[in-house]
Design a protein around this ligand. Structure first.
Ligand code: HDE
Length: 721
């Protein structure tokens, strides 16, 4: 068998960029042409038999244009159809050579280009960004050794333990097939019917019913590889690894009532936010973290490392932050890049390998298979966004949309006619070698007994939440099950919740107005084959002892010392106090926040001293759910206009209800106290009122915005967010 030294690998950091440039069209200063390069003289009129006559079939220019248009759509992704993408790079802080031989994990000088696609799971391509849902967090690393895809989510666990259940799960959550309702929502009977028969989903259910499922921004989400992988070093030693992305802006979410309203006011809220941040040079950043578990410790835990419905608590294995990813370039074309990008968990490089997690194993098949139907054949790797920067040489040929023009008559290996090329690579030259795991097993369709504890980590998650976070979970479950029409499903759900936590189940049952059943007529666990003894598969009761709480699971403990990129609404009408606006604007902008002027008219507003200020949004086109905080400057005339405007009052009331920071200066103080809910806010740390002008309010206001929300307001003021 021919083996030879690897031909020189001449890739570099900018290669992906340069390569994409070749395909990047610049239509400026160019003639309009057909797809064959023929210059078009008239793009306004079709070819007709006389000015008022029938259109001629001969019009090849019109037919080419319309035929192309007719075929513009490709099948959308079955799951994760709705997404937004961005380019960037990844750089290591410290070499991981002790654990992995992957170049991008050992060479701290390398800047590896990446393309990231964030997505929701359940909705179709045009659905709202703010659905209660898991978010996809898929990263394509264009490494010098080939493409590596880390296709993760913003939640570290998954609903099911075995890939064979995936079509069932997705069919249950998608719109019900008879009438295609509801879009991008899990709050319906088929989803909860399935979930209530699948106790292994309970840990994931705690996460998706928490605020993690309604992020403030894609830039403020954690990312997780979910499945356990292996790192493999030069000596061939493997270490289990869990991958993490930690956002430098912290992990933040909106309120559920707010999410529903954002869906109406701006269904593209997340997509726009990502685009605008990158456009403004506020590049989103995540640190890359690893939890490393020596192979010898595989069985040390009271859960199974191969079970994707479990986390490895950070208290047991700390997350080591080893590098940083920065997203710094928006795509030029949504379709060519974000839509056509194809992620495959099977895209790995030497130094990384799979574990036997049965969910991961199924994924290794599914993604390749789905790209073939979605992107029209097996040549999707030649689409610019999917092309590796590492050179590709093999004997694969033909099929739809082949771009490469292979030369010569040799398309097989071994050969002598082609001089033996291309050669197999030895391991020392970067040839991929699967980790030689020892296996001694029977062929079975079965699930390991170590996968049957479904409630311990669900309870750990619930118990690690603050009071307001627990309330949000209770409210979310009450909303979702409230939308369910079949009572038996609700009862089964509260029965299962009772296995996680008695008060959780009781609170949800109370909201639904039902009792928690002590016993059910039929089993809730259906993850066993027809001939099995169901008892063998029975969910195990929660473990006692163990870890009671994990701080990493509560968003309350996240980064809260920055207002970078936060959008602060300045609500003004003509006659506003110019000094107030100037003082507050410069204070928030100094800290990286963005002042957005919301005026009564679209173009501009005039201050009391006659200076004009550009309006970013007219009040009638926007709502406070699209902002992080609200500031109202003084100015008697401006305040009188706001008092007369129901939308202005609602703007403030909703910001108050959604627990946002609110500041008012001079005449605005009375307005807020007398006309809005702010009047209920004695002692509220996120309401800052200053009779003496905005200058006195800036520090406290900025601190309150950095805290993200004053969730205490929900209980203290009885305004459930
Ligand atoms: Fe996916 N998943 N998935 N998934 N997944 C797809 O591939 C699948 C799972 C994830 O932005 C599909 O290209 C199976 C877990 C993301 O393009 C499909 C199973 C995790 C994306 C598919 C899972 C994910 C997908 C549909 C159960 C978190 C979007 C379109 C074993 C670790 C990537 C496509 C993008 C997309 C299959 C479970 C993440 C059908 C069979 C667990 C982020 O192949």
């Amino acid at each position: 068998m021919a083996t030879k030294k690897n031909p020189k690998n001449n890739t570099n950091d900018n290669k992906k960029l340069q390569e994409l440039e070749v395909n990047r069209e610049d239509g400026s200063d160019q003639f309009l042409t057909t797809n064959q390069g023929l210059r078009i003289n008239d793009n306004q009129n079709s070819l007709k038999a006389g000015e008022r006559g029938a259109t001629l079939l001969e019009d090849f220019i019109m037919r080419e244009k319309i035929t192309h248009f007719d075929h513009e759509r490709i099948p959308e992704r079955i799951v994760h159809a709705r997404g937004a993408g961005a380019h960037g790079h990844f750089q290591l802080y410290e070499s991981m050579s002790k654990y992995s031989k992957a170049g991008f994990l050992t060479d701290t000088s390398r800047k590896t280009p990446v393309f990231v696609r964030f997505s929701t799971v359940a909705g179709s391509r045009g659905s709202t960004d703010l659905a209660r849902d898991v978010r996809g967090f898929a990263v394509k690393f264009y490494t010098d050794e080939g493409v590596y895809d880390l296709v993760g989510n913003n939640i570290p666990v998954f609903f099911i333990q075995d890939a064979i259940k995936f079509p069932d799960l997705i069919h249950s959550v998608k719109p019900e097939p008879h009438r295609e309702i509801p879009q991008a929502a899990s709050a319906h009977d088929t989803f909860w019917d399935f979930i209530s028969l699948m106790p292994e989903s309970m840990h994931m259910i705690m996460w998706v019913m928490s605020d993690r499922a309604i992020p403030r921004s894609l830039r403020m989400m954690e990312g997780f590889g979910v499945n356990t992988f292996k790192l493999v070093n030069d000596a061939g030693k493997a270490t289990f690894v869990k991958f993490h992305w930690k956002p430098l802006l912290g992990v933040h979410s909106v309120a559920w009532n707010e999410a529903q309203k954002i869906s109406g006011f701006d269904a593209d809220f997340h997509r726009r936010d990502l685009w605008d941040a990158i456009d403004n040079g506020a590049f989103p950043e995540w640190e890359f973290g690893v939890q490393l578990i020596p192979e010898e410790d595989e069985h040390k835990f009271d859960f199974d490392l191969l079970d994707a419905s479990k986390i490895v608590p950070e208290e047991l294995v700390p997350v080591r932050r080893i590098g940083k990813m920065t997203l710094n370039r928006n795509p030029d074309n949504f379709f060519a890049e974000t839509e056509q990008v194809a992620f495959l968990p099977s895209n790995i490089v030497p130094g990384i390998d799979f574990s036997n997690d049965p969910l991961l194993q199924g994924r290794l098949h599914s993604y390749l298979d789905t790209q073939i139907s979605r992107l029209g054949g097996p040549n999707f790797h030649e689409i610019p966004i999917n092309r590796p920067v590492a050179p590709v040489h093999n004997n694969q040929r033909d099929s739809q949309f082949r771009q490469t023009i292979n030369k010569g008559r040799v398309a097989y290996e071994p050969n002598t006619l082609g001089g033996g090329c291309p050669f197999q690579a030895m391991m020392k030259d970067g040839g991929f070698h699967t980790y030689e795991e020892k296996i001694d097993a029977r062929k079975v369709r079965a699930r390991s007994d170590s996968f049957t504890d479904h409630f311990t980590q669900a309870a750990l998650f619930f118990n690690s939440q603050t009071d307001y976070e627990q309330t949000h979970i209770v409210n979310a479950l009450s909303f979702e099950l409230g939308k369910v029409e079949v009572n038996a499903i609700r009862s089964r759900m509260v029965f299962i919740l009772n296995q996680i936590d008695g008060t959780l189940a009781k609170r949800v049952a109370d909201n639904l107005g039902i009792e928690i059943p002590q016993k059910l007529d039929s089993p809730i666990n259906h993850s066993f084959p027809a001939d099995a003894d169901p008892q063998q598969y029975e969910s195990k009761p929660k473990k006692t002892g163990g870890l009671a709480k994990s701080d990493a699971l509560s968003m309350a403990n996240t980064v809260k010392d920055t207002i970078k990129t936060r959008q602060i609404a300045f609500l003004v009408a003509d006659g506003f106090n110019g000094d107030d606006v100037k003082a507050m604007k410069s204070a928030v902008e100094k800290e990286g926040g963005q002042a957005k002027i919301i005026g009564m008219k679209s173009k501009s507003a005039t201050s009391a001293d006659g200076s004009e200020i550009k309006v970013d949004h007219a009040l009638r086109t926007t709502a406070s759910v699209l902002f992080d905080a609200v500031f109202i400057p003084g100015g008697a005339k401006s305040i009188a206009a706001l008092t007369d405007e129901p939308d202005a009052i609602e703007f403030v009331n909703e910001a108050f209800r959604h627990c946002k920071a609110i500041a008012g200066s001079r005449e605005a103080v009375n307005f807020l106290k007398e006309e809005t809910y702010v009047g209920r806010a004695d002692g509220d740390k996120a309401v800052i009122l200053s009779d003496a002008g905005a200058k006195d309010a800036t520090r406290e206001f900025i601190k309150a915005i950095a805290e993200h929300r004053n969730w205490d307001r929900e209980t203290a003021r009885k305004v459930p967010a």
